[in-house]
Design a protein around this ligand. Sequence first.
Ligand SMILES: O=C(O)CCC(=O)C(=O)O
Length: 260
Amino acid sequence: MNPISNPGAFTELDRFMFESWGYLIIPNVLSEEEVSECLEASIRLHESAGTSGWAQVGKGYETEVSLERLIDHPAILPKVRALYGDRFILQSAWCTKQPAFGGMGGWHQDGSGAYDFQKLGYPIPLVQLRASFLLTDQSVPRTGNMELIPGSHRSQVRLPDSIRAARESVPIGHVICAPAGSVLLFHNAVWHRTFAHDGDYDRFTMHYIYSPPWVRCSDRFENNQEFLQRTTPTRRYLMGEFSRPDAPFGASYPTEFENE
Ligand SMILES: O=C(O)CCC(=O)C(=O)O
């Protein structure tokens, strides 16, 4: 059983599956050439950051054009837009490496260590919608897949600490199996983890996180000016570079002059 969707429009069935399970799997988003380009870019990113072991490198879009293109990919953006409306930003983008023969990751929900999204209320709202582009084959288990617990974004109780501490499996864990070039789109509150990887090569996934416009970015304190100048208007907007009609405050209030 898989919540399979198609690239492009967010259908009524997509909405039902997303509401029910908290995620969608979208195969055939990237071509083989695009996958190789993004994979090479990901390897370069980690090499220049000098990472070792399980690691995440942010802001790859600033230097790698193939990763920049994924920011507003036409297979994914309509779905993000259907969930958020027209006003949202790219809160961050991370390139994750699960090293060869890497073990199980820890179960968690996405959010901010500084402020637990649980405090926002029940059910935890959609604040970080993540599109994860698989850049290596994950069509069978133990290839560094993501494991998600379907519907857990609506659970009123947390995954038991004992299970989390021991990195144990749960009977309702769903190991996402999909080929390279597929995208996993998921709600921040779905409990998930990185699954084991038995391969003798590093596994790379590019994660793009979209948020309402008032959320602070987590891969950058400020935008890179050179990147802003060379990128497209849509991407500039997604980097949070837009003007607000009500800025700074109260612009919709009539001024003294207008009242006369
Ligand atoms: O293994 C990955 O690529 C993602 C890891 C993860 O769970 C996360 O970034 O929140």
